[in-house]
Design a protein. Structure first.
Length: 299
């Protein structure tokens, strides 16, 4: 295996050199596309999944539905429990009104006794008794407020927890919908309607074929001539003698060489260094994944 690994760069460079000389290109490679394998995000039966290989998709387009009956029932149960909990939330003010009225009545009585005391028509004990009664009522009011606030906060906290459960279920319900992640074309369909989908199980593969990528390889000597953003001519091979020319732009250059022996002993072996580059090419409908192509680098 190691022998094959070290012979591969020599064969590639030789192949690139021959093809480049014949077609007038400076580097050759293979067309790729942005491919995405879409997997199930929840488990359940595929209730609908009507897409077919070759279908054109739009980003966010609904493509199918995974059974979510149990999720809906679970959501309804949590919502019902939340409503029942909120219905037991105490009406703080109505429960405090009775004590506050008693305090008002006692304060009125205190003022009356104070006037009577000025005219020696009441005793100091009567005034002391009404003051003691007011202290008790005010203490009861504070205690009642504290208890009601604690009860209300506990109910609100439980309600928020249930609200979080509902949000989680809503998220799971959204994940049970199968949507297209990009504008693209269905390349492979891995599942059919009626099958049981499991979380992480691939459902289909989609690719953006409107913008192809030519992954080509250049030698170390060619590296100083290119940079990202550089416009190049791309020749796509459609047969032995048929090529089409496209405008392309270099979008990425590898920062390290590939297919290189661990120890480079001679100047000839250094020529075997190759660097991967990616060239973006608009597709007119003729370019396909796996086709061969080359690039011309302007001097």
């Amino acid at each position: 295996m190691k022998t094959i690994k070290y012979l591969l760069p020599i064969l590639l460079v030789a192949l690139f050199s021959c093809s480049s000389d014949e077609s007038g290109t400076d580097a050759t490679g293979v067309f790729e596309a942005t491919e995405i394998i879409v997997s199930a995000e929840t488990s359940g039966k595929l209730l609908s999944f009507p897409i077919q290989e070759g279908d054109e998709l739009k980003k966010g387009q609904p493509l199918g539905q995974i059974d979510s009956t149990q999720l809906y029932l679970n959501k309804f149960q949590v919502v019902a429990n939340q409503m029942a909990l909120l219905s037991s939330r105490p009406d703080v003010q109505s429960q405090l009104d009775a004590i506050e009225r008693e305090i008002e009545k006692a304060e009125f009585e205190k003022k009356r006794i104070e006037k009577l005391l000025e005219g020696d028509a009441a005793t100091q004990k009567q005034l002391d008794d009404i003051n003691a009664q007011l202290e008790v009522l005010r203490a009861n009011l504070i205690a009642k407020k504290t208890a009601l606030n604690i009860s209300t906060q506990a109910i609100d906290a439980q309600s928020e927890a249930m609200g979080a459960q509902i949000d989680l279920i809503n998220d799971q319900l959204e994940r049970s919908k199968i949507l297209s992640p990009i504008d693209g074309t269905v390349l492979v369909k891995y599942a059919e309607e009626g099958e049981l989908a499991a979380m992480g199980k691939p459902l289909f593969k989609v690719a953006d074929l409107n913008r192809m990528i030519l992954r080509a390889y250049i030698t170390a000597d060619q590296l100083p001539k290119i940079q990202t953003g550089l416009a190049v001519k791309v020749l796509a091979e459609f047969g032995r003698d048929e090529n089409r020319e496209y405008d392309g732009k270099i979008t990425w250059i590898s920062s390290k060489s590939e297919f290189t022996p661990k120890t480079i002993q001679t100047q000839d072996e250094r020529a075997n260094l190759v660097y991967a580059v990616k060239v973006a090419v608009p597709n007119d409908g003729f370019l396909k994944i796996g086709m061969y192509g080359g690039i011309k680098i302007s001097e």
